[in-house]
Structures are given as structure tokens and as C-alpha cells.
Design a protein around this ligand. Structure first.
Ligand code: GSH
Length: 215
């Protein structure tokens, strides 16, 4: 059955891989599942056809036959549950990998998004200079804890899993801030994720879309 995901017609990051379709592409590449992509303009995101798929008017979405999903956590979980390669067979190891998926999007991603908003959307506000260090420290708190847990291990819990895929995807957004460099083990962890052939294929695919000649 054909799988179709949605992605920005032109991502604001110009193809740096930060738009969230990249993590879905990565999951599909990890399990060897071909997919198609429907590109959506910013205006299209808020039109009824897209809102029927995604109530918040965002990308990515995932369609497979009659099934339509939104939210990358749910989409990656759906992919990982149905195809081998992203979740361990052992029930307890599987539950722990799923826990790391939730940790990535519920505990680590929120302060990172807050920082991105502070840098991109609030830089002109008179209070930004005072607030920014506080926001950065909230990110550092999480990075310190995550780095302590990762230790010298290559991945968060045994072999690479959907938990690592989500965590690396979330951490990638920090690169331009320089904060990741303060935690060498996390920098190396992210680099290991980026070095995976499946990540490279996902990155290249979204790069090609975002750097195609103007229509
Ligand atoms: N929690 C959602 C967030 C989705 C999201 O923020 N998508 C962004 C692109 S990465 C978007 O569509 N932004 C446009 C908008 O919100 O209008 C997920 O993980 O899927």
C-alpha cells in the first residue's frame, strides 16, 4: 500500500533537515519502506483539505490507505510497530525504547522549542536579552541529565531504536545554538545518528526538494 507523507513545499530552513518530515522520512528509510511525498504550501496547511488530515494545520502527515495520522511521535511509532528495525523484540526493551520516544518529544523537545522561539521569534523584544540565558539554562539542564544517562554508550538503551531516532532528531535543532557542543558525548551521539545511511537518505531527499529550481 502506498504511503504518502506531507512536507513543506519550501521549508523555512532551506533543507537543513530541521522540518519534522525528516524524522518520518528517516524512520521509513530505516525500515526500508518506500514512500511518496506531497508538498504543501504555508497557505495550503491552513486550508480545509489539509486540516482534515492535520487539525493544527502542520506537517508532516502520514497516509496509508484509509489511515491518516499526524504528530511525528505517533507516526514514527506506527512505522516502528509494523516493520522490523526500529523497536526491539523483547517486550521490556521495546517498552523502554518507546519510553525514550516519549522522553524526546515530551521532556527534551519543549525547552529546545522554547529556545528556538526565543531566538527566531522574540529577538526583537526588549526582554529577550534577560530571558534568553534562562531559556538556555533550561535546555542545559536537560542536556546534562541526558548526557549523564547516555554515558559512553552509543545509543540510549542497547541497539539503535525509534527512541534514538526521535532523540537525535530533537537534538539536531540545537546545533546552530552551540549548546550541543558543550556536551561532547551528546554531540557524538547526534553525529552517530546523522552518519546512519538511512538518515543520510532522508536528509538528501528533503534537501533535494528544498533546493530544487524555482517553479
Ligand atoms: N508536534 C508536532 C509538531 C509539528 C510541527 O510543528 N510542524 C511544523 C513544521 S516542523 C509546522 O508545520 N509548522 C507550520 C505551522 O505550524 O503553521 C509533530 O511532532 O508532528
Amino acid at each position: 500500500m502506498t504511503i504518502t507523507i506531507t512536507a513543506f513545499d519550501r521549508s523555512p530552513d532551506g533543507g537543513q533537515g530541521l522540518a519534522r518530515d525528516t524524522r518520518v522520512r528517516w524512520a521509513l528509510e530505516e525500515v526500508g519502506q518506500p514512500y511518496e511525498v506531497r508538498l504543501v504550501s504555508f497557505r495550503g496547511l491552513k486550508e480545509p483539505a489539509h486540516l482534515a488530515l492535520h487539525p493544527f494545520g502542520q506537517i508532516p502527515t502520514y497516509e496509508e490507505g484509509d489511515l491518516a495520522l499526524f504528530e511525528t511521535g505517533s507516526i514514527v511509532f506506527h512505522i516502528a510497530e509494523r516493520r522490523a528495525g526500529l523497536l526491539p523484540d523483547d517486550a521490556c526493551a521495546r517498552a523502554r525504547a518507546i519510553t525514550w520516544m516519549f522522553a524526546a518529544i515530551n521532556t527534551v523537545e519543549p525547552p529546545i522549542l522554547e529556545l528556538a522561539n526565543a531566538i527566531v521569534l522574540e529577538s526583537d523584544k526588549p526582554w529577550n536579552n534577560e530571558r534568553l540565558p534562562l531559556v538556555k539554562d533550561r535546555v542545559r539542564d536537560r542536556l546534562k541529565q541526558l548526557s549523564a544517562r547516555l554515558g559512553d554508550a552509543p545509543w540510549l538503551d542497547g541497539p539503535f531504536s525509534a527512541g534514538d531516532l526521535m532523540m537525535v532528531s530533537v537534538l539536531l535543532r540545537l546545533r546552530s545554538s552551540g549548546l550541543l557542543d558543550e556536551y561532547p558525548s551528546l554531540s557524538a551521539y547526534v553525529a552517530r545518528g546523522e552518519a546512519r545511511p538511512a538518515y543520510k537518505r532522508a536528509f538528501d531527499a528533503q534537501w533535494a526538494v528544498n533546493n530544487r529550481p524555482a517553479d
